[in-house]
Design a protein around this ligand. Structure first.
Ligand SMILES: CC(=O)[C@@H](O)[C@H](O)COP(=O)(O)O
Length: 280
């Protein structure tokens, strides 16, 4: 696989907008106790992509920005987000400001329709995605966990879709695993589960459901030990991915003894019979 100049692929690398990524963990930079802790958590996470709200960046002096100045130069991909936008016009304006300030052409469209839940506005998100794709941005929309909407976003040219597990900052985990599974199964672009995760088990679940990656901020930044949690989430993402690739056993309604009585079937024959029964 070949990406942008100088990029190397690995057996499990993946691509967004022509960029080869090896980590499947996107990290948000808000709400950490200090820039130093954020930086240590970033290192522990292994994340290659970080997101931050454009409205919180000092766009006049990006190099002196209170968060960005602490980040290692040249190694990270910036995914500025349009958090705070209430409609497509505002999101497009924020994306253009970010690009003009030198923050790159990746943009996470984040348009809230409701201050209490911060759930994304599906109609405005689709409109903003269509417009920003036409303007040459690499667009990653934060979206509700609706398989049909995710399909429309991909058709509009989104480079990935980012369905929420639960409302931002709630830590409720994955509220609708069925929908997320459908989205992952049908999506022609990578699915990045974004928002609402609480701990490592939610990251495992997202990856086992078939997500390509996970984006988390609050569960790391507000954990008792953000650096340890960043590492835990990173391991969980890798474990979930490995389990997905390994192929889990089918769920059965009744017990199936894991050791057979002597003298009955050989263990291979027993396993074959078990698989046949499991598959109906
Ligand atoms: C930072 C960012 O992009 C958030 O808006 C995002 O959706 C993460 O949500 P959590 O804070 O719940 O992880």
């Amino acid at each position: 696989m070949h990406g942008e100049a100088g990029q190397k692929s690995t057996p499990d690398s993946w691509t967004i907008g022509g960029k080869i990524l090896t980590s499947r963990f996107f990290l948000g930079t808000g709400r950490f106790p200090s820039p130093a802790v954020m930086l240590q958590a970033l290192q522990a996470s292994g994340a290659e992509v970080i997101t931050f709200a454009v409205r919180r960046v000092n766009l006049d002096e990006v190099a002196d920005d209170s968060i960005l100045q602490h980040l290692p130069e040249g190694t990270l991909t910036y995914l500025p987000n349009t958090s705070g936008a209430n409609n497509a016009d505002e999101a497009v304006r924020i994306a253009r400001l970010a690009r003009a300030a030198g923050l790159g052409d990746w943009i996470k469209v984040e348009i809230s329709a409701d201050a209490r839940t911060l759930l994304p506005d599906p109609v405005e998100t689709l409109k903003a995605t269509e417009r920003l794709v036409k303007e040459g941005f690499t667009v990653l929309p934060y979206t509700s966990d609706d398989p049909i909407l995710c399909r429309y976003l991909a058709e509009a040219g989104a480079s990935a879709v980012m369905p929420g597990g639960a409302p931002i900052g709630t830590g409720l985990g994955i509220l609708n695993p069925y929908n997320l599974g459908l989205i992952a199964e049908q999506s022609p672009v990578p699915v990045i589960v974004d928002a609402g995760l609480g701990s490592a088990k939610d990251a495992v679940q997202a990856m086992e459901l078939g997500a390509a990656a996970v984006l988390a901020n609050t569960p790391v930044a507000k954990a008792g030990d953000p650096v340890a949690m960043a590492e835990a989430m990173s391991l969980a993402i890798r474990a979930g991915r490995l389990a997905r690739l390994a192929g889990r056993i089918p769920e059965l309604p009744y017990a199936s003894a894991s050791s057979m009585e002597a003298g009955k079937l050989s263990s291979f024959a027993a396993d074959a019979a078990w698989m046949e029964a499991a598959q109906g």
